[in-house]
Write a protein that binds this ligand. Structure first.
Ligand code: RP5
Length: 159
């Protein structure tokens, strides 16, 4: 069976951030395929990926990019699959540019936009799993166990 989640990113330099999405999926036992697909440097690769994603068997796409971050919106425009956008923290503007590029989609083509940087990437992985869990009771149980363990790990008082 093919991986249900695609993680795409605009550059190798995004992987340090996007790996957090991969790590979250690993913790829940959800398979993914991570690829570099740049809206600007590899536009033909972008079209081929986005148009073929559903036929490849993906169910959810996580797309991360920084700066003039067109990737998530362009992917969303060419697939009916849900697209989760992760604004990668840019050097010049600390990811504010990435965030606004991804979040301000015109009505009709949604991108579910997460927080800037590693927290956003982690949550994109968790949210992708939650979407898959709506039709996968075993995965839903894993998510509940993750939440329980997370709560148990929080001390009542600071040390
Ligand atoms: C974007 O430009 C990428 O998503 C990356 O965040 C940013 C910088 O890319 P590099 O110059 O590091 O390859 O397309």
């Amino acid at each position: 069976m093919s991986a249900p989640v695609a993680i795409v990113m605009g550059s190798q330099s995004d992987w340090a951030t996007m790996k957090c999405a991969a790590d979250a999926l690993d913790k829940l036992g959800v398979a993914y395929d991570a690829r570099i697909v740049s809206a600007h440097r590899t536009p033909q690769r972008l079209v081929a990926f986005a148009e073929g994603a559903a036929d490849e068997g993906f169910k959810v796409i996580i797309a991360g990019a920084g700066g003039a971050a067109h990737l998530p919106g362009m992917v969303a425009s060419m697939t009916h699959l849900p697209v989760l956008g992760v604004p990668v923290q840019s050097k010049a503007l600390s990811g504010q540019d990435s965030l606004l590029s991804i979040v301000q989609m015109p009505a009709g083509i949604p991108v579910g936009t997460l927080a800037i940087g590693e927290a956003g990437a982690t949550n994109a992985g968790l949210l992708a799993a939650a979407i898959l869990a709506t039709t996968d009771p075993a995965l839903a149980e894993k998510i509940k166990a993750f939440r329980t363990a997370q709560s148990a790990s929080v001390a009542e008082r600071p040390s």
